[in-house]
Design a protein around this ligand. Structure first.
Ligand SMILES: N[C@@H](CCC(=O)N[C@@H](CS)C(=O)NCC(=O)O)C(=O)O
Length: 211
């Protein structure tokens, strides 16, 4: 298996999932927007020229959440992703993944980073875009607050899944952006994310992702 991409929270998701599953793989340590993502070889793999990307035998896939779900389904043997017959638990995992990827990652956090945060030198500064994204985040984060009940450590109660990997990586991004922007992150979620970051696989993934 080859993972293309290091250095971002989206690449971290993939390394983290692989470390949780204790799988061995090779990392192509390419950074986003680098020369390596613009080569014809890489463009043939990923026409969008983004990271992460996973090659597993004949299968090549992009999209961090899809990669994590694929790995969990194929190699998890019931861990990180509930078994196919557990329809309701799977529905909750998919809900959390799609929610985090759209409402947090793509619609709000990425917009803030692109149009006002660390990526604004690549994209256009836009006060209006940031304002709308901040308001969107502050409203939609209430959904995540409801996903984690006070007694539960994880989205699926006592069972850690890929949905936690996706949500926690979004929360890390939110906490970073909250240093500069008026993002309101409920304390319960900050505690939830901090607790999960104590996992050994998370620490190993950070090392791999920082190469
Ligand atoms: N939805 C994609 C987003 C991937 C993405 O935007 N990756 C960033 C790095 S975190 C990238 O490669 N950006 C390069 C660009 O926008 O040209 C995923 O979750 O994998």
């Amino acid at each position: 298996m080859i993972v293309y991409g290091v250095g971002t929270l989206r690449t971290l998701r993939v390394h983290w999932t692989l470390k949780e599953l204790n799988l061995s793989y090779t990392t192509e340590a390419i950074q986003s927007r680098s020369r390596q993502t613009q080569t014809s070889n890489y463009t043939a793999l990923h026409p969008g020229q983004k990271v992460p990307y996973l090659q597993d035998g004949n299968l090549g896939i992009s999209e961090s959440a899809a990669i994590c779900i694929y790995l969990a389904e194929r190699y998890g043997d019931g861990s990180l992703m509930p078994a196919v017959s557990k329809f309701e638990q799977r529905a909750r995992v998919f809900q959390a993944c799609f929610y985090a990827m759209t409402e947090l990652d793509a619609h709000t956090l990425y917009i803030i980073a692109k149009h006002g945060g660390s990526l604004s030198s690549y994209y256009k500064q836009s006060k209006e875009a940031i304002e709308v994204a901040i308001a969107g985040f502050n409203k939609q984060i209430c959904v995540a607050d409801k996903l984690i009940s006070n007694q539960n450590q994880y989205i699926l109660d006592q069972e850690f899944t890929v949905a936690d990997i996706i949500l926690v990586t979004c929360l890390i991004s939110a906490v970073r952006l909250a240093r500069q922007f008026e993002l309101v992150i409920p304390n319960k979620l900050i505690k939830y994310a901090k607790n999960i970051q104590k996992r050994e696989a998370f620490k190993l993934a950070i090392v791999e992702n920082n190469r």
